[in-house]
Design a protein around this ligand. Structure first.
Ligand SMILES: Cc1ncc(COP(=O)(O)O)c(C=O)c1O
Length: 462
């Protein structure tokens, strides 16, 4: 840590400790019985929540309240699931009613499950059939194994900077050290933590995203050995990176040419900026789609779906997709009600415009303060990049992003009542219930916060 960074961190820690005294007490207590003090490693200080995360008492619509009585405009949105804001009345009521009238878990099929599946299939262009699961990691695991079972091949292609959950098969090369991974033209798979069997390296090919040459070359050399190409159709696990024109089409064409399955991991993009997800927005249809976050309007549910043909091994029982809690009543009630809310005509157009107003406003303010910063995204999800170059993939992000500047932006906004993830490589979510007043308040706070950041990061000034 540089002396300047150490100084700024110390100053923030002091201010935050008096701002969030009660959260500090709760964190100390939580550490006694919960490893690290929180239920996911992503919530720990080492992942940006320094010196400790705010403890939350409740969320309502676009706002969230902490244990110290502060209200925040919430752009973290539970890391994405709260697509309808917190406690959307229609979804909450549907779930409560289903529990009261039906039960919670039968481990047998029931009619509400069919309704939920029908509504998902009606919304997402690449889905004719769908199975429900419990988390995005689980859904990706199902899709990858199904692609291997269907093609009889072993190799899976994935991309640096993408995140597909914590399972051993895919927990590789997310925010990887470029020195360990080697040249961008031929990156080496790097496991993202201890405990992942090294042998799995031989089952993966890792590529640099948005690089048509390395992808075409690989497919032309080894396409007939590839079971699946697994990608986020727009990357939201390295800030926000959009596909360059023609890139998704290339993935589609080459996988079709060589009989590999194309898997779109739409855990973040599903229902986010278009009801039919990124596949509808970009007009490229994968063989398999994974969904989670937005799917249940904040309730824990995931899904894997595809054409009848792509799902045929599950349909005939050859591939055993099982799970005690799959398609439980809470999930299907939440999915069914969420799909109804999302079907409102004009909803996405309205919220994308609102989100774009916020994104362009933040970019304008940051640049007016002299910061090398810009926003990238699609309305309801975007990131403010503190970067001195365009970011097309992980290598650009690793080389060009000013993470300390982002951290200070997060800190100054938190103290002004606006909450989003503290790390540059995450993003800001705008729910379908944020409104103009939220955006105006956020832009007001941003004016002051970005002035502070600009004052501290002279070297970042264009
Ligand atoms: C694109 C993507 N895939 C998979 C996952 C894993 O989902 P979960 O955290 O529900 O296991 C995530 C989580 O952030 C994700 O962003």
């Amino acid at each position: 840590m540089t002396p300047r960074k150490a100084n700024q961190t110390m100053r923030f820690t002091e201010r935050y400790s008096s701002h969030a005294r009660r959260s500090g007490e709760l964190f100390a207590r939580a550490k006694q019985t919960i490893p690290g003090g929180a239920g996911s490693t992503a919530r720990l200080p080492r992942n940006g929540w320094e010196p400790y995360p705010p403890f939350i008492v409740r969320g309502t619509g676009s706002r969230i309240e902490d244990a110290d009585g502060h209200e925040y405009i919430d752009y973290l949105l539970g890391l994405g699931p709260m697509i309808l804001g917190h406690r959307h009345p229609q979804v909450t009521k549907a779930v409560a009613t289903a529990i009261e009238e039906l039960g919670t878990c039968f481990a047998l099929p029931y009619e509400l499950e069919i309704e939920a599946a029908e509504k998902v299939a009606a919304a997402v262009p690449g889905i004719e059939q769908v199975r429900f699961a419990n988390s995005g990691s689980e859904a990706v695991g199902v899709a990858v194994r199904l692609a291997r079972a269907t093609t009889g091949r072993r190799l899976v292609v994935r991309f640096e900077g993408h995140y597909h959950g914590w399972q051993d098969t895919v927990y590789w090369s997310n925010h990887v050290d470029p020195v360990l991974a080697g040249p961008a033209s031929h990156p080496r798979p790097v496991a993202m933590g201890p405990g992942v069997p090294a042998e799995l390296e031989d089952t993966l090919i890792v590529l640099t995203w948005n690089d048509p040459e390395s992808f075409s070359q690989l497919m032309d050399q080894r396409g007939d050995q590839i079971a699946a190409v697994l990608t986020e159709p727009a990357v939201f696990n390295t800030g926000c990176i959009l596909p360059e024109p023609g890139y998704l089409e290339l993935l589609r064409a080459k996988t079709a040419e060589y009989g590999a399955m194309l898997i779109f991991d739409e855990v973040i993009t599903g229902f986010r900026f278009a009801r039919g997800g990124a596949q509808e927005y970009f007009g490229v249809i994968p063989d398999l789609t994974t969904l989670a976050k937005g799917l249940g309007g904040g309730f824990p549910v995931a899904a894997v779906g595809g054409s009848r043909q792509a799902m045929s091994l599950i349909a005939d029982g050859t591939y055993s997709h099982s799970g005690t809690y799959n398609a439980n009543v809470i999930q299907c009630a939440a999915v069914s009600a969420t799909m109804d809310v999302l079907a409102e005509p004009g909803l996405y157009e309205r919220q994308r415009a609102l989100g774009e107003h916020l994104a362009s406003g933040l970019e304008r303010i940051a640049q007016a303060k002299g910061l090398a910063a810009y926003t990238r995204g699609i309305g309801t999800v975007f990131q403010l990049w503190f970067a001195d170059r365009p970011v097309r993939n992980w290598r650009d992000a690793a080389a060009g992003a000013n993470e300390p500047a982002f951290e200070r932006w997060y800190q100054e906004m938190l103290l002004r009542g606006v909450l989003f993830h503290p790390l540059q490589f995450e993003n800001m979510f705008v729910s379908l219930v944020h409104d103009q007043a939220d955006i105006d308040e956020t832009l007001n706070a941003a004016g002051d916060a970005l002035a502070v950041v600009a004052g501290e990061f002279k070297s970042n000034v264009a």
